[in-house]
Ligand binder design. Structure first.
Ligand code: SF4
Length: 450
């Protein structure tokens, strides 16, 4: 069997679980779709562009099998399938089965059932269950799709926030955390097998554990370990595992940051000095229309506390331009905030009007030309800032994780989304090295062995 995994790292972990279950059940895995009797397309449904890519991939792979392997079965999985399986079943009857997020752990059995189905004899199977509740644990078989030295660990699934532009909670369900013991057991296995970087992922990483508290945590609840399991306690336990590795947190919601969490990161030996904190906007009108459950003063205060509390910190964030009702004044305040805060890493997205979201029905939708112009201005500004930040690194010595013999990442760079450190001579892949920065190429740094 083969798989095409689209979308984010959370979807990638689901792909790894499906492959892990299939491998355990005796399926042979192949990278070449033409050799596969069964092909899984794990789709993304985050924004329109991602939906289009998913549908195009399904149609393209169906076309391909007609000539290359006519008896091949196609299963469509992932967020798009979870949300639109009934509609897709009518519109793309060529697919053999649709499965959702809760079927990934039962994948091997389903795969066998689909393989035994008569070729195109009936309408596609629709096995999607409505409300996603599944969460993996440390004993879930996984077939890793990332290099051995860097792994994603999903610590929770779903989201309780009501952001008006986002449909993820409708697809992935309410927030549900794994136990600390389960995450630690998985991390230990990975580290024993040579993993040098554990990337903790979820929709809302700072909320980790709070859904397990006896007394319900509110939407702006800061991390507070006196009340139950938290990200802070998880980081402390991970930090205590023997071995040389980084722990990186991705997708932290600003509402839940607290001083105890900042202090824990500052004290830790292995947590990367890197905070990924999607902010989406800074103007209070926009934050409130986006239903972000934060405010300008909260965000500004938090960034000051983060920078003061964690030396050598890199902050990564994302912003949305062209959200409904965004005026020139709102946008200028965002640009000004980017200029003064000088984020080390920044992504900017054009607002996408998502069917089923509150924001899609709002007045004041912004024309594409305005969205594009604002996006370009924000990116241009960030390019200037990124170049200055990279230039200032020249001459510094830093520890990097070597990805490929001539490409490495610093603790300030998450896999796939951030910058690279380009090496002047090859170093062993999958190991740490200490290098001296010799120059920069806009976002990327160049370096030689120290
Ligand atoms: S925090 Fe907001 S943007 Fe992020 S997944 Fe939850 S609802 Fe979507």
């Amino acid at each position: 069997m083969g798989i095409i995994s689209l979308g984010c790292a959370k979807n990638l972990v689901d792909s790894e679980i499906m492959l892990g279950g299939a491998a355990k059940a005796g399926f042979t895995l192949t990278k070449n779709s033409d050799d596969a009797d069964l092909l899984v397309i794990n789709t993304c449904g985050f924004i329109d562009a991602a939906k289009e890519e998913s549908i195009d991939t399904i149609l393209e792979m169906h076309e391909r099998r007609m000539t290359a392997r006519p008896n091949q079965k196609i299963i469509v999985a992932g967020c798009l399938s979870q949300r639109y399986s009934a509609q897709l079943r009518e519109e793309i009857p060529e697919v053999d089965a649709f499965i959702g997020l809760d079927q990934v752990s039962d994948f091997a059995r389903i795969a066998q059932e689909v393989l035994e189905k008569e070729p195109t004899s009936a309408a596609p199977l629709n096995l999607v269950t409505r409300r996603s509740r599944y969460i993996p644990d440390y004993s879930t078989p996984r077939f890793r799709l990332t290099p051995r030295h860097s792994a994603y660990v999903k610590i929770a699934e779903g989201c309780n926030h009501p952001c008006s532009f986002c449909v993820i909670p409708q697809m992935r369900g309410r927030h549900r955390s794994r136990t600390i013991a389960s995450v630690v057991a998985e991390a230990k296995q990975l580290i024993a097998n040579g993993t040098r970087e554990i990337n903790l992922i979820s929709q809302d990483t700072t909320y980790f554990g709070m859904d397990l508290w006896e007394e319900k945590a509110g939407p702006r609840q800061p991390v507070d370990s006196s009340r139950g399991p938290t990200l802070r306690r998880l980081l402390e336990e991970l930090d205590a595992i023997d071995g040389d590795f980084w722990i990186r947190m991705l997708y932290t919601h600003p509402a839940h940051w607290s001083d105890e969490l900042i202090h824990t990161i500052a004290q830790s030996r292995k947590v990367a000095r890197y905070v990924d904190i999607p902010l989406q906007h800074i103007h209070d009108d926009m934050l409130s229309a986006m239903r972000r459950e934060t405010s300008r003063s909260h965000i500004e205060g938090l960034i000051t506390r983060l920078r003061a509390g964690i030396p050598n910190l890199a902050i990564r964030t994302t912003f949305i331009t062209g959200f409904p009702g965004e005026t020139d004044e709102h946008f200028e305040s965002l640009l000004n905030f980017i200029e003064t805060t000088r984020f080390e890493r920044l992504g900017v997205f054009k607002y996408s009007q998502e069917e089923g979201s509150r924001a899609a029905k709002m007045d004041g939708q912004i024309p594409a030309t305005v969205k594009n112009k604002r996006h370009a201005r924000a990116m241009k500004l960030q390019q200037k800032i990124a170049r200055e930040i990279a230039d200032a690194r020249k001459g510094q010595t830093m520890r990097v994780l070597v990805e490929q013999p001539l490409i490495a990442r610093s603790e300030h760079d998450a896999p796939d989304v951030d910058c690279r450190v380009l090496l002047t001579s090859p170093l062993p892949a999958g190991e740490f090295a200490t290098v001296t920065i010799t120059g920069s190429q806009v976002y990327d740094l160049t370096a030689q062995l120290a």
